[in-house]
Design a protein around this ligand. Structure first.
Ligand code: PRP
Length: 179
């Protein structure tokens, strides 16, 4: 294990088992429909790819890059759209796929934006939920794991752009991000 990690929080097997459950939930909900799956980059990239491949329902894919942390460990509270979707969401069943809901600012902004653009439905699936840090009253429709107020990395989640490529999720040592 990397010396900067305290411990493994979720193994690859634990993550993949939950990905299958989330895919089943989505398949049941969207049977007979053709939803638009939206990946909120960069963090959701791994979860997004695994989740849409585990689904049986045909989905179209689109991507949005939104950033609120920069190189800081605290959310700025002002998420910025770095890259917008390629397609219109008007009249579409949108499935927004996130890696984590923390303060909730990002999700709040995206819901406002995409519902405002005329999405027919808006469903949020997140890999991780950190309810202890919520600043705005919003939650995902489906959440795979709850996490305490710890700094986690891996499987899409970064610390200063590192560790996104890991297939598991680890807890970063406090001294690494507090130094
Ligand atoms: C992270 C994460 C979520 C958001 C959640 O993205 O991927 O989109 O923060 O935080 P919030 O609930 O406090 O808004 P980040 O801005 O770090 O960009 P990244 O996905 O490129 O890592």
């Amino acid at each position: 294990m990397n010396e900067n990690f305290d411990r493994i929080f979720l193994t690859e097997d634990q993550i993949q088992a939950k990905v299958k459950e989330a895919a089943k939930w989505l398949d049941e909900r969207f049977a007979g429909k053709q939803p638009l799956a939206v990946s909120v980059l960069k963090g959701s990239v791994m979860f997004f790819c695994d989740l849409v491949r585990a689904m049986h329902t045909p989905v179209q894919l689109d991507f949005m890059t939104i950033s609120s942390y920069g190189s800081s460990t605290q959310s700025s509270g002002v998420p910025k759209i770095v890259m917008d979707l390629a397609a219109s969401v008007e009249g579409r069943d949108v499935i927004l796929i996130e890696d984590i809901v923390d303060s909730g600012h990002t999700l709040y902004k995206l819901r406002d934006l995409l519902v405002g653009r005329g999405a027919k439905s808006f469903t949020v699936v997140t890999l991780l939920d950190k309810p202890s840090r919520r600043k705005v009253d919003i939650k995902a429709d489906y959440s795979c794991f709850e996490v305490g107020d710890e700094f986690i990395v891996g499987y899409g989640l970064d610390y200063d752009q590192q560790y996104r490529d890991l297939p598991y999720i680890a807890i970063l040592k406090r001294e690494v991000y507090e130094k």
